[in-house]
Write a protein that binds this ligand. Structure first.
Ligand SMILES: NC(=O)C1=CN([C@@H]2O[C@H](COP(=O)(O)OP(=O)(O)OC[C@H]3O[C@@H](n4cnc5c(N)ncnc54)[C@H](OP(=O)(O)O)[C@@H]3O)[C@@H](O)[C@H]2O)[C@@H](O)CC1
Ligand SMILES: [K+]
Length: 553
């Protein structure tokens, strides 16, 4: 499980290692530069030779006939240690026979000490020009462009670099359709972050000149030790291209980790596999009994999707609670899923007398008018605190009085809002999240979800391509559907209902709320990836057997 750090956590780990005497800042900078060069050659082995033909701006045949020339790199260095990494990369490429041009944003005299040392090492080998004199056309016809302007220290807008960033985005787009060299334009590599992106939130800092871009773009982003939060949330996911992490020999101390674990956010990379493995001697009740409430006639599809999800994910029994007038509609559509007539809150309370029902899903297409009393019955303090997923209308119904909902919630609940539902329940938090950031670290989706979970007193799963899951005690994880797990076709009607069903089924199987939400979110994306384009919500649960087989279950 990868831990995602904030800039401050990364600095603390780095400082602890330096203070312990096991490494110096300068050594870390050297390793960072080496990591970037390594990543470049791993990504583009064709650049690993000492020389190449050089980029052909036009791809014209007469150019190709010329004698081979060294590969050319342009390195853009900034005023902090990110710039320091850039000087190391410039030197290492030069040592390999590359022709390297270096441009600096800022003043050499003001560079921090380690960056200054590497600046001087570079000036023994080549020139440094001001970034403002970097003729961009010249830059674009090189083989490699290194963005070492800003890394984890970005704290505000970079308006004077907006045009440069705009050009970089253009180049990244071009290169995605044409292979390297054929268009004579460079591979773009960001060191740690595409410049302008806030490391904690993944957001960039807009400025008045909206014509230009607010942050850089890259084909690959090389980060160090562990990826940061900002690589997986916010605007950065569109800018990083691909995130490559390089070890720079930092070992966070056990003590540091122990005292900070609640502040660390995990990136979900696997299901809780051991928990998923069914015990062979379980009977159907051993795997729990999930109940899903449907809406009224004509509004039962969402709950049926959730129920199917709960059953496929392994709940032993799944029952749909259906209003009398919708029974025929539901009965004609389900087989292995059971039905019970539940018209109102009194019926629900009576149904929940059955203590074998150990997980409940309430909300998908439930109907705003019916939702409030039914939610109250589901969460009735007189009942045992039963694991309960609240989704869709069960959340929106409380838009006018979210505190009334929070007062009823308990620690076995899971809320699964999308952005709109989140804003209805947590308007002030949503406002902070949607405000234009002016200084870093900017308020992030991770901050927002943690704050919401604390207020609600239960697990909150804030949906999106970057789904964030947080518990009231600060535990947090991100389920990213970006980069190699990109699954845009998951944004389809009913997909969220299936997710709610997955969580409910896992709760029935005995997962704790955080584990159920994390595993369900991860499986949900796996199912989408398994199916591919053309996916509709009905397909999602049907991929689970294949996903489970791949997991060796
Ligand atoms: N931590 C580690 O373990 C390791 C870290 N390493 C590397 O160090 C990087 C972090 O270095 P860093 O802290 O010096 O930050 P960085 O991103 O270079 O920028 C800071 C400078 O930018 C300035 N500045 C900010 N915003 C600005 C703006 N809008 N416009 C203008 N200026 C602005 C800011 O000025 P200030 O805000 O202080 O006025 C400051 O001068 C990290 O990303 C990685 O690449 C590696 O060497 C390996 C080990
Ligand atoms: K950078």
């Amino acid at each position: 499980m990868t831990e995602l750090l904030t800039a401050a956590q990364m600095r603390a780990i780095e400082q602890a290692a330096i203070d312990s005497g096991e490494v110096t800042g300068l050594e870390l900078m050297e390793r960072a530069g080496q990591g970037v060069v390594e990543a470049i050659f791993e990504e583009w082995p064709e650049l690993a030779g000492a020389s190449g033909r050089g980029a052909s701006p036009s791809g014209s045949p007469e150019y190709l006939d010329k004698e081979e020339v060294p590969f050319r790199a342009v390195v853009l260095c900034g005023p902090g240690n990110n710039g320091g990494d850039g000087f190391v990369v410039a030197r290492l490429l030069h040592e390999r026979g590359w022709a390297v041009e270096v441009f600096l944003y800022g003043e050499a005299e003001k560079l921090p000490p380690d960056a200054r040392v590497n600046y001087e090492r570079w000036t023994d080998l080549g020139e440094v020009n001001d970034v403002s004199v970097c003729a961009m056309n010249k830059g674009w016809s090189c083989d490699l462009l290194i963005d070492a302007l800003f890394g984890t220290g970005t704290t505000r807008a970079l308006p004077d670099l907006g045009e440069l960033f705009w050009n970089m985005e253009d180049m990244v787009d071009c290169f995605q359709v044409e292979p390297l060299h054929e268009i004579g334009r460079p591979a773009i590599v960001a060191i740690d972050f595409p410049s302008g992106v806030c490391a904690d939130s993944g957001r960039d800092f807009p400025h008045r000149d909206e014509h230009w871009r607010f942050s850089a773009s890259a084909h690959i982003t090389v980060c160090f030790h562990q990826p940061k939060l900002g690589h997986f949330i916010g605007d950065a996911v569109e800018k990083c291209g691909k995130v490559v992490n390089k070890d720079i020999g930092l070992r966070p101390s056990h003590e540091w980790r122990k005292s900070n674990w609640r502040q660390i956010c995990k990136l979900l990379q696997a299901a809780h596999q051991d928990w998923l493995r069914k015990l062979t001697d379980q009977n159907k009740f051993g795997n729990g009994h999930s109940v899903v409430l449907t809406g009224e006639r004509g509004h039962t599809g969402a709950a049926r999707l959730a129920a199917r999800g709960a059953l496929r994910v392994g709940a032993g029994l799944v029952t749909l609670c259906v209003p009398e007038d919708a029974c025929q509609e539901v009965a004609s559509q389900v087989t292995s899923i059971m039905m019970k007539t539940v018209d109102d809150a009194a019926d629900l309370s009576a149904a929940l007398e059955d203590k074998r029902i150990n997980a409940l899903c309430i909300g998908p297409a439930l109907g705003l008018d019916r939702a409030k009393p039914l939610v109250a019955a589901a969460l009735d303090a007189g009942q045992q605190a039963r694991p309960t997923v609240l989704d869709a209308d069960a959340l929106s119904a409380f838009a006018d009085e979210p505190n009334a909902l929070f007062a009823m919630l308990h620690e076995k609940c899971v809320l699964t809002p999308h952005g709109g539902e989140f804003a209805r329940l947590f308007p002030d938090i949503s406002e902070k999240l949607n405000a234009v950031p002016t200084k870093g670290p900017a308020y992030s989706k991770v901050d927002a979800t943690r704050e919401a979970a604390k207020r609600a007193g239960c697990v909150v799963l804030f949906k999106g391509a970057d789904t964030v899951i947080a518990a009231p005690d600060g535990r947090c994880s991100i389920n990213s559907a970006h980069y190699e797990r990109s699954a845009p076709w998951l944004a389809t009607a009913g997909s969220g209902d299936v997710l709610a069903g997955f969580i409910t089924g896992l709760l029935a199987r005995g997962f704790d709320p955080m584990g159920a939400a994390e595993t369900a979110a991860w499986l949900h994306v796996e199912c989408a990836l398994k199916f591919g384009p053309g996916l509709i919500a009905e397909d999602i649960p049907e991929q689970l057997p294949a996903v489970f087989r791949d997991l060796g279950l």
